[in-house]
Design a protein around this ligand. Structure first.
Ligand SMILES: O=C(O)CCC(=O)C(=O)O
Length: 340
């Protein structure tokens, strides 16, 4: 468990916002907590809630037809019909979809092989909300497609800017629920307001089977009990700041069910993006990753052109161990003594 050891100061835990525009379109959850907005919500209320809490839920951003299309496309990608994935040969036509889907926790950069996934990056209600919380000029640099069938692990506490560093703290995730996400099937959990410190807390190997091979952040001034589950309907989008501490737990729903989500990451176009390996001879401070998609406004660095760097890849679930992750020989507690 990541827990608070520092003195805890009063914080804004889920601040209710005047002008909150919830929606009664769906029955789940019947009583919306604060922070659930419809696409036509007052932008000032959206901005105020996001600034105080570091996340919000945009309901019904995707139509049921779009969600069905994303589900079908997810299956095609996993089967290898959009190109063979590394170490995952194309599925035999006779193999049932369920059996194929169960092999995957998450596929990185699905938009690099799929028009449907690329189109989702431009989803109009999502882009509108992003311009409200980021600014008028927005670019996308990453996508991740979680399949998370029952039994698959979650991700330990972390902050996304630890992985994708912007220069102006504008990194923002848009987590699209392809299935209804609940506590049972491993929805996101957030620590509201944790983005406001502007600190990237240290990370360490957790050795905890509930989580995949990525490390956990620790020594932050919050307790697990302060976390808020973000349960959402399919078609809703959780928008969250890159400094927000968040995690997810395993999918404990019955066999044969999934918690699919497509997570796209965005930031302001004004910021350079020193992400990935700086090319030989370039200075870190000058490096600007250009495998991007501009979704709103203008890109002041358009004169640099675009790059095509990433390919789809499969993220290890940890179920085969994490020995090879980052070449660090990580072991789970039940495998061997954990490395600190
Ligand atoms: O979807 C999940 O289970 C975790 C997603 C996440 O942590 C992220 O997108 O940064």
């Amino acid at each position: 468990m990541s827990s608070a050891t520092l003195e805890t100061t009063p914080r804004n835990l889920v601040v209710a916002t005047p002008g909150f525009a919830g929606t009664r379109r769906s029955q789940f959850p019947r009583q919306r907590p604060p922070g659930y907005f419809s696409p036509d919500a007052d932008p000032a209320a959206v901005q105020a809630f996001f600034a105080a809490n570091g996340y919000l839920v945009l309901e019904s951003a995707f139509t049921p037809a779009e969600i069905e299309e994303l589900k079908r496309e997810t299956t095609q990608i996993c089967r290898g019909d959009r190109g063979e994935l590394p170490d995952h040969p194309k599925a035999d036509v006779a193999e049932p979809d369920d059996s194929v889907l169960r092999r995957f926790l998450c596929i990185h950069f699905p938009h690099k092989c799929s028009d449907v996934m690329r189109r989702a990056i431009h989803n109009a209600p999502t882009v509108q909300a992003l311009t409200t919380v980021i600014g008028p000029n927005v670019k996308c640099m990453q996508s991740m497609l979680f399949i998370k069938s029952s039994g698959k692990p979650g991700q330990a506490w972390h902050q996304d800017e630890d992985y994708i560093p912007t220069r102006d703290r504008s990194l923002t995730g848009a987590w699209i629920a392809i299935d209804r996400a609940t506590q049972e099937n491993g929805c996101l959990w957030v620590l509201p307001g944790s983005h406001k410190h502007g600190i990237l807390w240290e990370q360490r190997w957790h050795a905890d089977r509930r989580f995949d091979c990525a490390e956990e952040s620790y020594d932050f001034p919050y307790r697990d009990e302060e976390a808020v589950p973000v349960e959402v309907e399919a078609g809703s989008v959780v928008i969250f700041n890159g400094y927000l501490l968040h995690r997810s737990l395993p999918n404990r729903a019955p066999e044969g069910t999934y918690r699919r989500s497509l997570v796209n990451h965005y930031m302001s176009c004004e910021s350079r993006l020193p992400w990935g390996k700086t090319p030989e001879g370039d200075h870190n401070a000058h490096y600007d990753y250009r495998d991007i998609i501009v979704v709103a406004g203008k890109d002041p660095y358009a004169f640099k052109g675009l790059a095509d760097i990433q390919r789809p890849s499969v993220r290890p679930s940890g179920q085969g161990g994490c020995d090879k992750w980052g070449g660090q020989g990580r072991k789970y507690r039940d495998e061997a003594p954990a490395k600190a």
